[in-house]
Design a binder for this molecule. Structure first.
Ligand code: IVH
Length: 710
């Protein structure tokens, strides 16, 4: 897509624009710079600049376009963000019907497919292109004159819903692509929109923290997201897309081409066609800036090699960042594809090899009701242990009463259980045909199973809650949340220690975490000097966590990580939040009446106020350091840092903030100006480059942490 010369030039320009804002005459160059960084981040997954730097460049573009609206182009990076709600999604016809593939489940099916293909073509051996079968929502995109003109759902295969505005929220899908360089005027391409396992998990954790319904699995998450009426909400789902098939195209210079035969492979003229094999079409898409399975594809001769490859890939399935449910095997040569043609349902040149379902049946033996930190009472199904896709499942959350009713789950039922990757297992359904008559309807408690006080349910919510704030379960869960990784991140503490210390009456509430009596702990089993020192240090370190972590850690209802950041960034210190009324809170981005009311209620509550003052007296950071520039330290003054590879203890954005808070700066690339390259796992080209520059110091994450502690 970008030659190394182009990439270097664009990197250089990014730096210039970060130093001195781009001018209006550089508007298109600035767009190119932003497109380049979107490509690095979303397609290649190897960003060259930090999120903050990207935002700064993006804001420059917004400002320039705001001042010169006549110069906005349709494919400007700013034009993804739709402001209008989609009233409806009109039905449109696909240019070529979106056929589905025939499925195969074992070696024999694949051999059968290959035998027929060989018989039909008269060949002894066939070349296949094998790629993952992405488990998401099917889409088709049309590019006309190099511009994305529409995006459509699969629908019934002939017609689908036009969802262009939502498609534009998928940042790995380019708004424009130079098909003209391949002599193509119009192209229809097919692919799959996905939600990565990580985004799915994060999204559900956020929903759960905010007491909202969770999504069932990444596949449903992707297809549901594409139908959201508000593109801004779609953008927040962090969708991704793989494009794996050029289903139709017309050429710019098509004098020699028979109009009837202008789709992939049927050229009759040979050299004018942009590609003659499927793998070349994937290469073309990749070169045009699409995330095609260019790196994941494998060209193989004959079915034996295909079968081996499918088996190897299946074993790696859980290591992938997204869900796949099989492999797709395609005859590589397009002329052969045409020769093989279609049945009424499926192409004869491709077949899906489906992996074994990660499903199993088991008996629902009982239900436990857990009380969470917000008092929500969650039913948890106890199951006869069942082995699914590498793990034994013996209990599964059933979320709420409605979930149990909708699925008509009863104690004693045989239930179908599914596990998608590293995603939490789900009960798909019960199997009522196997009932004996001895099954018991699940009685939902109306009293808290821990403190026995009455449960309440709000009209617009599905969960029942215990509203006794002294309820032991809530007190414990609040502390567990407080010390957890995404909150105050107090290492070596964890849920088990919270429970243990609580039982021993060493802990009673959040402030007591900071007054732990270590003398009493030191005699306990498993607490040697080293582990006590570690715990002490971790508790002490947590006092300096940024404000947003504290706001999140307080466990305010509906306040997930994102809202906590919004709240913290709006103030100088936590006490400003105490002064905000509901209206002011609602004026913050994405804070609706529900969240605002909850936050207001929390900070007006005397017990909470007391707790915050106690925490302040114990030395916890109450300031938003971003707004407190004067309070910054300067231990890293003038030092340039760059992070590469996967960090294990810190989030990249937090690590970068730590540098900036200490007066250092983050740079986007390896050059002689770089002082420290912090290397995480799987560091790649940046590390290699840095090794060649004597002045760059290469340090590990641990060394970095030691440095910032100093
Ligand atoms: S090729 C005409 N390739 O699986 C052939 N499909 O029924 C076009 N899918 O509807 C499809 N990954 O939604 C193809 N690498 C891949 C795929 C893939 C996922 C989906 C697609 C299709 C279904 C099979």
């Amino acid at each position: 897509m970008y030659s190394s010369q182009q990439a270097q030039q664009l990197e250089k320009l990014s730096k210039e624009f970060l130093k001195n804002n781009a001018t209006v005459s550089q508007l298109e160059t600035l767009r190119d710079v932003l497109r380049f960084h979107e490509y690095r981040y979303y397609v290649v997954s190897d960003p060259l600049i930090s999120d903050t730097e990207y935002d700064l460049l993006y804001k420059q573009l917004e400002a320039l376009e705001h001042a010169h609206p006549e110069r906005i182009t349709k494919d400007s990076p700013t034009q993804r963000v739709g402001s209008t709600l989609n009233a409806s999604f009109p039905t449109v016809q696909h240019l070529v019907p979106m056929l589905s593939l025939d499925n195969s489940y074992n070696e024999e099916d694949l051999r059968d497919f290959d035998r027929k293909a060989r018989e039909n073509t008269g060949l002894d051996i066939i070349e296949y292109c094998v790629e993952p079968k992405f488990d998401g929502a099917s889409i088709s995109l049309v590019y006309e004159n190099d511009e994305l003109s529409r995006g459509v759902t699969r629908g019934d295969g002939v017609e689908g819903e036009e969802i262009t505005m939502n498609i534009k929220q998928v940042r790995s899908i380019p708004l424009s692509a130079k098909f003209s360089e391949y002599n193509i005027q119009l192209a229809e391409i097919r692919g799959e929109v996905l939600m990565s396992k990580k985004s799915f998990k994060k999204y559900n954790e956020m929903m759960e923290a905010e007491g909202l319904p969770v999504l069932a699995n990444p596949r449903n998450a992707a297809s549901g997201s594409l139908r959201i009426k508000d593109p801004k909400l779609v953008a927040k789902r962090n969708l991704e897309a793989f494009l794996y098939h050029v289903s139709y195209f017309t050429l710019l210079e098509n004098k020699n081409i028979n109009d009837e035969k202008q789709h992939a492979g049927e050229n009759g003229t040979g050299n004018q066609m942009p590609f003659t094999t499927h793998s070349e079409s994937l290469q073309m898409l990749w070169n045009l800036g699409f995330r095609s399975p260019e790196k994941e594809k494998k060209i193989l001769q004959g079915i034996d090699a295909v079968i081996n490859h499918c088996k190897t890939f299946e074993a790696k399935r859980d290591d992938l960042p997204y869900e796949i449910d099989g492999m797709v095997i395609k005859v590589n040569n397009l002329a052969l594809q045409d020769q093989l043609g279609m049945t009424s349902h499926h192409p004869r040149w491709a077949i899906a090899f489906k992996f074994k379902a990660r499903q199993g049946t088991t008996i629902l033996t009982g239900v436990e009701f857990n009380v969470g930190r917000t008092g929500a009472v969650t039913p948890v199904a106890k199951l006869e242990p069942v082995y699914i896709g590498g793990v034994t499942v013996s209990s599964i959350s059933m979320h709420n009463e409605d979930y149990i009713k909708e699925k008509d789950l009863r104690i004693g039922d045989t239930v179908l259980v599914e596990r998608a990757g590293d995603v939490i297992p789900q009960i798909v359904k019960s199997l009522p045909e196997l009932r004996t008559g001895n099954e018991k309807v699940i009685e939902y408690p109306r009293q808290c199973p821990v403190c026995n006080s009455n449960l309440f349910k709000e009209a617009d919510e599905a969960v029942w809650r215990c509203i006794n704030i002294e309820c032991e379960a809530q007190v414990i869960e609040k502390m567990i949340h407080f010390v957890s990784k995404d909150a105050m991140d107090i290492k070596h503490f964890g849920a088990a220690n919270v429970m243990k210390f609580y039982e021993l009456q060493l802990l009673k509430d959040i402030p007591s975490i900071y007054t732990l009596d270590f003398d009493k702990i030191s005699g306990m089993e498993g607490f040697g000097k080293k582990s006590i020192d570690n715990l002490k240090a971790a508790i002490e370190d947590s006092k300096q966590q940024p404000l947003y972590r504290l706001v999140f850690a307080l466990g305010i209802r509906y306040v997930g990580e994102t809202t906590a950041k919004t709240l913290a960034n709006a103030v100088k210190d936590i006490f400003e939040l105490e002064k905000m009324d509901i209206e002011t809170l609602q004026s913050l981005e994405d804070v609706g009446i529900k969240v605002a009311t909850s936050v207001y209620g929390f900070f007006q509550n005397d017990d909470n106020k007391k707790m915050i003052h106690q925490l302040q007296a114990l030395g916890l950071n109450m300031q938003n350091t971003k707004k407190q520039q004067a309070a910054r330290s300067n231990t890293l003054e003038g030092q340039a840092f760059l992070f590469t590879g996967t960090l294990h203890q810190l989030k990249r954005s937090d690590a970068e903030a730590m540098v900036e808070q200490r007066g250092g700066k983050i740079v986007s690339g390896v050059s002689s100006k770089l002082n420290y390259l912090v290397v995480g796992e799987d560091a790649g080209s940046k590390l290699e480059k840095a090794k060649k520059i004597n002045t760059v110091r290469i340090i590990t994450e641990d060394e970095f942490l030691a440095m910032v502690k100093e």
